[in-house]
Design a protein around this ligand. Structure first.
Ligand code: AMP
Length: 593
């Protein structure tokens, strides 16, 4: 056999070395078994970075970044990867997983060959950028060239950089495939492939793309798979593409940080929006991330919150990359206080200052719950994670509690009275600030004028000023919340109980009669098709009929009409002026049902 020369020889030598490494590690020919390490706690760690046998320039880089000791995933993963093993890392963002794979890759890289030696595949552009920046920071002293490749960016720059030669590519599946097909990305010299957040790539439908990408890399390579969860398709992928992998699992309990206060509220599905609004009234929210199950759900939720006076924006898969980035940046800078997101879209949102995480819906997978709430309580701050749970979702909650090995405390929603008191206290608090500051000279002149020229009593003037100051509260009517109806069992008795509870709550669908004592059901000749919303019904009726918004009962918006329960004593007021109101820029009429 003729001896290969030059680069081809080096290539063959490298392949042989990797193969030898594997033989020495006893991978081939050995029974296919996985070693799983459950890491107990950080206090068990004694390893220093210097004990990991990493290149001195990498040790210097991590030390300059202020890393003192390796995290559990790093401590356990780095030796396996340095020994050439394939690995599965079950760990989430925040565990230090990026350095766990980046440091061994950087250790093995030969800078300046002009060939791509390592490939990291990540689900989103944000993660790809984050990982490439981290690799660049760790490999800065080794003068390693790293390139992030993702969709939505012009090809020119990426092609240019590839032509000049890069050592490590970090990319999203679609654009990577694209460049492979255009023959612009040559992976024939790749030694290590990392699949980062594999479960996310699965849920985004990238599995086939990943397989094609892996098929374009050399058969003899090191493969590292990182995933927060290991659903069956990911296990299958690992079985097909990884050789006798070593596994490192970060014990889940470590993830639910104790700095996070977890609470849940039991509510009916139809009252979730009202419940969320009540919590927004009382909680001291610096910035909040609300998780909803679906894309459509996120849009509706942000909309509903905004019309209730809590400005919220959406982060979901419908946004273009640019729009996503803009939303994230505005949230980061504090220009947006509330974001409503899906799990997938919230990936890459790495912010330390989220005070509240809301689970509008509980996720099916407990690990996703842990991941969601892990976004608050960071950087030594306190965090609050609140979940709205319907009776039918209670089993999910139990599953989560078993998973995090903590019980999550049930709380009662603030009552209408509590919210009103809170509003008043808040207003008085703000007034006291001005009273102490005392810089109201113009306002004092106005009051003096009212006293001297109009003869009003100062107490009356103060009271009407407060009334004015509270006008915006009309935009935030406090919606009623029904008694929670627990899951009906099959017995006739319990069906009867449920029926009665439904009646008490005045929620008999479509009925013209109100079942709530003292209430009369009125009907409004506009509904969903005309864009009518509950808060608008409450707001307009409360304002124009001059009745307290909280006294308005159940509202049922149907396609062409809306049914609304009004306390008997206010019916005449609501029906005055022919029951004529303005909603959605049109005149609507309220009449007796
Ligand atoms: P990751 O899970 O890779 O996204 O890392 C989470 C955060 O931990 C990043 O901000 C890293 O810079 C930081 N980090 C990673 N390893 C260490 C370490 N050994 N010591 C301190 N911080 C670290």
């Amino acid at each position: 056999m003729p001896r290969p020369e030059g680069e081809a020889f080096l290539r063959q030598q490298d392949a042989l070395l990797v193969g030898l490494g594997r033989l020495l590690a006893g991978q081939w020919g050995a029974p296919r078994e996985r070693r799983t390490i459950i890491l107990v706690s950080r206090s068990n760690m004694t390893t220093e970075f210097t004990q990991l046998n990493l290149h001195p320039q990498l040790l210097q880089a991590v030390s300059e970044l202020g890393y003192e000791t390796p995290t559990p995933i790093q401590e356990n993963m780095i030796p396996f990867m340095l020994a050439g093993h394939d690995v599965i890392g079950q760990a989430q963002t925040g565990t230090g997983k990026t350095a766990a794979f980046a440091l061994p890759i950087l250790h093995n890289i030969v800078p300046g060959t002009g060939k791509v030696q390592a490939l990291v595949v990540a689900p989103t552009r944000e993660l790809a950028l984050q990982v490439s920046k981290a690799i660049y920071a760790y490999g800065r002293l080794r003068e390693v060239r790293v390139l992030a490749i993702y969709g939505g960016q012009p090809y020119g720059r990426q092609l240019n950089r590839l032509r000049k030669g890069v050592d490590i590519v970090v990319g999203t599946p679609g654009r990577l495939l694209d460049l492979i097909e255009r023959k612009a990305l040559d992976l024939s010299e790749v030694k290590t492939v990392v699949l980062d957040e594999a479960d996310e790539m699965l849920s985004m439908g990238f599995i086939e793309d990943i397989e094609t990408i892996l098929d374009n890399t050399p058969a003899i390579r090191q493969t590292a798979l990182f995933s927060a969860t290991l659903p069956t398709p990911i296990r299958k992928l690992a079985d097909k593409y990884l050789h006798n992998p070593q596994s490192v699992t970060i014990q889940r309990k470590q993830l639910a940080a104790s700095a996070i206060e977890q609470r849940y509220y039991l509510v009916n599905e139809s009252d979730k929006m009202a419940a969320l609004t009540r919590l927004f009234e009382i909680e001291d929210i610096r910035s909040a991330l609300i998780f909803a199950r679906t894309r459509v759900g996120t849009g509706e939720l942000a909309n509903e919150l905004s019309v209730r006076g809590f400005q919220a924006e959406v982060l979901n898969g419908d946004l273009s990359q640019d729009a996503r980035e803009q939303v994230m940046n505005r949230f980061r800078r504090g220009q947006i206080k509330v974001l409503v997101a899906t799990d997938v879209a919230a990936r890459g949102l790495d912010i330390d200052d989220i005070s509240h995480v809301f689970n509008f819906d509980l996720p099916l997978d407990p690990e996703i719950y842990v991941h969601r709430i892990g976004r608050t309580g960071r950087a030594g701050r306190e965090g609050i994670a609140l979940s709205l749970v319907t009776p039918r979702e209670q089993w999910r909650l139990r599953k989560i509690e078993r998973f995090v090995r903590q019980s999550i405390r049930k709380f009662e929603l603030p009552t209408i009275e509590e919210i009103q008191t809170h509003r008043e206290e808040e207003l008085l608090r703000q007034m006291l600030v001005w009273l102490r500051r005392g810089r109201c000279s113009r306002e004092r002149e106005m009051v003096t004028k009212l006293i001297e020229e109009e003869g009003y009593d100062p107490l009356e003037i103060a009271a009407s000023s407060l009334k004015l100051a509270r006008a915006e509260e009309k935009q935030r009517p406090i919606e009623r919340i029904g008694e929670v109806v627990t899951k009906p069992s099959r017995s006739r008795d319990s069906r009867q109980r449920q029926h009665e509870a439904t009646k008490r709550n005045g929620r008999a669908r479509g009925s013209k009669r109100s079942y709530e004592k003292g209430m009369i059901r009125l009907s409004l000749n506009a509904g969903r098709s005309q864009g009518i919303r509950p808060n608008e019904v409450v707001g307009q009726i409360a304002f124009h009929a001059d009745i307290p918004g909280h006294t308005i009962g159940a509202i049922q918006i149907q396609d062409q009409q809306t049914l609304v329960d009004i306390p008997e004593r206010f019916v005449a007021q609501v029906l005055a002026k022919n029951g004529s109101y303005r909603m959605r820029k049109q005149t609507v009429t309220i009449a007796a049902g």
